[in-house]
Design a protein around this ligand. Structure first.
Ligand code: BG6
Length: 491
């Protein structure tokens, strides 16, 4: 089965930080795949920009390296690679020097009527300055967009300042804030499951759902990202954005349509309904952890402090939280959230745990009646499992079993699952902002997260240690078990 490709209009995509890690690992490979599938048409151009004085050939060699490293060999047909490389060019631009900007302008001016997108794959401290230059150099046309990524600030005030600096140059509808989790296949499937089936919506509420779990587990450590990560930690790096976005998609009311603002309005309401965590309940509903040396998937791994070479760091590499959405639909339904580095495996899932049956008609010999669970698996093997009770087949009386109706997307559909960036970049070109965060969403998320971070800072405790290769500190298990529940295990 092949997926349907809708070509986008011709475009110019300018990638600031064009030789950096994000461009190499994600943006160039994503564009290659879209080109290979015929979605990038005409003489659409990709213009890489950075400060480095590279010759055109030096840049193309770099782009080739990106393809070799990040696109599987069987997907790199020489003719397709050659045609893709023709779309690429390079301009050296220094944000303190006008020369490069004029060269960029001359290049863009040859096609001033097409969609133009500036992707700022650079440190957020440069966003404001680059936008100012883009504006002052006269590069903004009616069809211009700008793409930025997290971290959008490290708290509410810095997020506002950053949004202000971009907002001086671009209108809100021109700004595409990427949260790459929203581009993941199964995350969108969550909307399909909820709103394209009549089955779930009537029971998608506190009367039928006991609790929700969202786990984003990674087996990798922070490695060479330590210096950045140490200024951020799991709460800013994963919860403020990816995990709260997932929570929004689970908890939001049905939007009127898939139009960008219809969806974003509903997500915003969820963020604003999050019950604040206070200094009084913080230690009961939050857990912070930091990994020590232990076992990774490929053998022994160092602890966070050894990797960082800073014995004093109190940065959390693991966070578990019990959140509540204070509205009619979700009153009394806890949302247990957890994320961490150096956990036993890379696995991300959303678990909707339904309430037990009101009365069991089966005698004790049949075994207990476990609750239904809907498990939406984001990665690695995307799919959906609905855990049901059935009768154990065969003679011997009524014995009950808890088994999943299991759909693995890889098995069900023989389609390559696109990387989130492929979809998101094409959406930028189309001007479809449904899967991008609006300013007020980012700020509302910080409003909920900020007090938790300050409470942690005020109480001065260090995060609890956990051994690499385990599911975080014991306190994370206690957080959910105190309520008579357990973290979902998929067996
Ligand atoms: C990024 C975080 O946003 O998401 C990283 O900064 C994290 O720390 C990554 O590793 C996880 O993304 P994915 O797509 O691999 O789950």
């Amino acid at each position: 089965m092949s997926s349907q490709i809708i070509p986008v209009a011709e475009f110019d995509l300018v990638v600031f930080g064009g030789t950096g890690d994000l461009a190499q690992r994600k943006i160039i490979p994503a564009l290659y795949h879209r080109h290979r599938d015929g979605q990038v048409v005409g003489d659409s151009r990709i213009i890489a920009v950075s400060r480095r004085p590279l010759t055109p050939d030096e840049y193309l060699a770099k782009a080739n390296e990106a393809l070799e490293e990040f696109v599987p060999k069987e997907e790199r047909e020489p003719e397709v690679v050659k045609a893709f490389i023709k779309r690429l060019s390079y301009v050296a631009v220094d944000v303190t020097d006008d020369a490069g900007w004029q060269e960029l302008k001359a290049k863009l001016d040859t096609h001033s009527d097409r969609v133009r997108a500036f992707y700022l794959a650079v440190a957020p401290s440069l966003f404001g300055q680059i936008c100012e230059y883009i504006g002052n150099t006269g590069l903004i046309t009616e069809k211009t967009r700008v793409v930025i990524e997290k971290p959008i600030g490290k708290d509410l005030n810095s997020a506002k300042a950053l949004n202000d600096s971009i907002g001086k140059v671009f209108r809100e509808e021109q700004i595409f804030r990427i949260d790459h989790y929203l581009g993941k296949e199964t995350v969108q499937n969550l909307m399909a499951l909820r709103f394209a089936n009549a089955l779930f919506e009537p029971i998608w509420n506190a009367a039928h759902i006991d609790h929700v779990q969202i786990t984003v587990a990674e087996s990798i450590g922070v490695g060479s990202r330590g210096p950045y990560y140490d200024t951020s930690g799991a709460m800013r790096d994963m919860v403020q954005n990816h995990i709260l976005q997932l929570l929004c998609l689970v908890a939001m009311e049905p939007p009127m349509s898939m139009a960008a603002d219809a969806v974003r309005d509903e997500k915003l309401k969820v963020l604003r309904s999050l019950e604040p965590i206070t200094a009084e309940n913080n230690d009961k509903v939050t857990v912070r952890g930091q990994y020590t040396s232990g076992a990774g998937p490929e053998g022994a791994v160092p602890g966070y402090l050894d990797e960082l070479e800073d014995e004093a760091s109190k940065t959390a590499t693991f966070v578990a939280l019990k959140a509540s959405v204070a509205n009619w639909r979700w009153a009394g339904v806890p949302f247990y959230l957890r994320t961490g580095k150096r956990l036993p495996q890379r696995s991300s899932e959303i678990v909707i745990a339904f309430r037990p049956v009101p009365h069991s008609i089966f005698d004790t010999g049949a075994g207990g009646v476990a609750e239904n669970r809907l498990v939406i698996r984001l990665q690695p093997d995307e799919g959906v499992k609905l855990w049901l009770m059935i009768k154990d087949p065969g003679p011997g009386g009524m014995r009950l079993r808890h088994v999943p109706l299991d759909m693995s997307f890889a098995e069900a559909f023989e389609v390559r699952s696109p990387d989130a960036y492929e979809r998101l970049i094409m959406d930028v070109i189309r001007g479809n902002a449904t899967l991008f965060m609006r300013r007020d969403e980012v700020e509302a998320a910080w409003e909920w997260v900020d007090p938790i971070l300050s409470q942690w800072e005020d109480n001065g405790d260090s995060p609890k240690k956990y051994t690499a290769g385990t599911w975080g500190p014991a306190a994370s298990v206690a957080l959910i078990e105190r309520d008579g529940r357990t973290w979902h295990e998929d067996d």
